[in-house]
Design a protein around this ligand. Structure first.
Ligand code: ATP
Ligand code: MG
Length: 267
């Protein structure tokens, strides 16, 4: 296999004294869609912010290699220059900036046609949206689509998409999945963060995040099965995250990975 575009090794992060990431290991191949599934509070966005180099997200240990280069000490801007981009889970709104302008900001050679194509790719007709302001009057789903259009337009080497499917209606999910495949076919590797396991259909590889760590990496189909059979029982048994890994029942659940329940189901 070729050298991974992104290689995360034993990455740990504490915030306000709490262990948020705990020895995360993950790799994304060039041009691959890698889905990262995990329940609320499992650490997915925190991992995204750490990869991006956001303020306050300096890892305590471990490494992030991008195309073989260690990202330690590089700012958000330097990482963006290398080709790492994030579509935010909760994109901000901007008064006074037309949507077309916002989408063109990260483009190498912006043109009206390219902006229109990016908006059409997220099913926002540029005729209606291109000159509209990216402000608070946009609905949540519209704002998410604009954010995706902007990332698509940038043609980054790695697009981290933090729940691009949240706030998108069920019919729109196919548009999002198609856009993600299109990004990959045009050379952008995608780290697709979500808790909707049906999005595995758009992925080439999959990992599961739980209690701040990556528990499992494998094929999308295996990850979906693992999620349904093992993660859901954890949630039922332990309540919503965050789970305190120092509690014996949490340690036991993480160690068993729901094996008992799985055995019962199969038996
Ligand atoms: N500054 C902080 N101080 C303390 N706890 C924090 C801090 N930032 C994040 N957390 C906690 O870290 C855990 C992981 O949060 P994160 O936002 O990464 O989860 P997530 O997997 O993205 O969840 P969701 O699916 O809800 O978006 C949560 O329990 C959150 O409350
Ligand atoms: Mg999140």
């Amino acid at each position: 296999m070729s050298q991974p575009l992104l290689l995360v090794e034993d990455l740990s992060l504490k915030r306000n004294g709490r262990q948020i990431l705990n020895r995360v290991n993950l790799s994304v191949q060039p041009g691959q869609v890698h889905i990262l599934l995990g329940l609320n509070g499992s650490g997915k966005s925190s991992l995204a912010y750490t990869l991006l180099g956001c303020e306050g997200y300096v890892p305590d240990s471990g490494r992030i290699l991008f195309d073989g280069r260690d990202l330690a000490g590089l700012s958000i801007t330097e990482r963006a220059r290398l080709g790492i981009t994030l579509a935010w889970q909760e994109p901000a709104r901007f008064e006074g900036i037309p949507i077309g302008k916002y989408v063109s900001l990260g483009m190498k050679e912006a043109s009206r046609d390219k902006v229109s194509a990016a908006l059409e790719a997220v099913a926002l007709p540029s005729k209606y949206y291109g000159y509209r302001s990216a402000d608070r009057t946009l609905s949540g789903g519209e704002r998410k689509r604009v954010e995706l259009a902007a990332v698509f337009a940038m043609r980054p080497r790695l697009a981290i998409l933090d729940e691009p499917d949240s706030g998108i209606d069920i019919l729109g999910l196919n548009d999002i999945a198609a856009l993600i495949r299109r990004m990959a076919s045009e050379g952008t590797a995608v780290l697709l963060i979500t808790h909707r396991d049906e999005m595995v259909e758009a992925a080439d590889a999959a990992s599961l995040m739980c209690a701040g760590t990556v528990l499992f990496t494998g094929s999308p189909a295996e990850a979906r099965e693992y999620y349904a059979n093992r993660c859901t029982p954890h949630l039922e048994a332990l309540g919503s995250q965050p789970w305190d890994p120092s509690l014996p029942e949490v340690r036991q659940a993480l160690a068993s990975n729901g094996a008992e329940r799985l055995a019962r189901k199969e038996g």
